[in-house]
Design a protein around this ligand. Structure first.
Ligand code: CO
Length: 134
């Protein structure tokens, strides 16, 4: 068993959440199964279930949110990948023990009652990684 147990979600930053939801519904019959404003991150998210994973559409709720900065500098598109883990704290400790940079030093609450930690893309071959424990 690997530390990563599933692709939890792929997060896509968009300017217009309703338009992105309509695109996935009209084109792929994907329905929103969860919607949440995450105050800590300054985002509103819509989750669309695909098998045992999610497409996470993200839009900023304030100008200083990381997603707002990402949209301003890189435009719309893939923002991060969420990997599901059984134990977020243990997985994060292992990343740190291997000497890799992280964004969250300790796990914190994510959306839909998950526990999450973000890893720094500079240490992860250019991908912003989120560890997600359900
Ligand atoms: Co995420």
């Amino acid at each position: 068993m690997t530390v990563l147990t599933e692709i939890d979600h792929i997060a896509i930053a968009v300017h217009d959440l309703e338009a992105a939801i309509a695109y996935y519904r009209d084109t792929f019959d994907c329905e929103v199964t969860h919607r949440e404003v995450v105050e800590h991150d300054g985002v509103e998210e819509a989750l669309l279930k695909v098998a045992d994973s999610y497409i996470q559409l993200l839009t900023p709720t304030r100008d200083d949110s990381p997603v707002a900065k990402s949209l301003a500098t890189r435009g719309e598109g893939l923002h991060h990948v969420g990997y599901r883990v059984a134990d977020c704290a243990a997985a994060l400790a292992r990343v740190q023990a291997e000497g890799h940079r992280v964004i969250d030093e300790v796990p914190r609450p994510g959306s839909r009652g998950t526990t999450v930690a973000f890893l720094h893309p500079k240490s992860a071959f250019g991908t912003l990684i989120e560890l997600v424990q359900e």
